[in-house]
Design a protein. Structure first.
Length: 189
């Protein structure tokens, strides 16, 4: 019986030691500052305006479950206020995009520009341009915009997404709130 206990102990110790094999990860870059500084000028803020009829439910006004509708409609529905009623309401939205060519093509998310009546692109230097939708794909949530800037614009090039591997470091740059650029780093998972 003692040899059986010894066998189980050795077997358990073997499995435990195999699970504790150290893994060496690639070190994080010393700094993302140079990469961020180089690419920041090609990152833009995308500001949209949607005009909706007064009383129409916009994106900020969710459907109310039937059991609560009577209670909340008193607070949310201002159709009885004819004095304050406006024929249209403006719904504003902000997001990020990035310039992919010197002649003003910009990639952003479809949900940022979906149903927009006006699209304004704001560069990192504060310059503003009206944009038009060239194409969109709601399924992949991608949209392509175009601005006419006159001069060649800073741009980024697409990388090879097939070459990236799980565990590698990546950096993202954005300007979603119109407060200037944001930089975030992480690993692909």
């Amino acid at each position: 019986m003692n040899s059986f206990k010894l066998f189980i102990a050795v077997l358990g110790l073997t499995f435990w030691s195999l699970s504790a094999v150290p893994v060496e990860a690639a070190p994080a870059p010393d700094s993302f500052a140079d990469l961020a500084e180089e690419n920041q000028p090609a990152v833009v803020n995308v500001s949209t305006t949607q005009f909706i009829e007064a009383g129409e439910r916009g994106p900020s006004r969710p459907d109310i479950p039937p059991g609560f509708r009577d209670f909340f409609e008193d607070f949310l529905d201002d159709e009885d206020d004819d004095e304050d009623q406006t024929p249209q309401q403006r719904v504003l939205s902000l997001g990020s995009g990035f310039i992919i060519s010197p002649d003003g093509f910009i990639v952003t998310n479809n949900h940022v520009i979906n149903n927009a009546d006006e699209i304004l692109v704001i560069m990192t230097d504060g310059e503003e341009y009206d944009a038009v939708v060239v194409g969109r794909d709601p399924l992949s949530d991608i949209a392509l915009l175009k601005i006419e800037a006159g001069d060649a614009l800073p741009y980024v090039e697409f990388g090879d997404s097939d070459a990236i591997r799980v565990g590698e470091w990546v950096m993202t740059i954005g300007n979603p709130f119109g407060l200037g650029g944001t930089v975030t780093a992480g690993i692909v998972s």
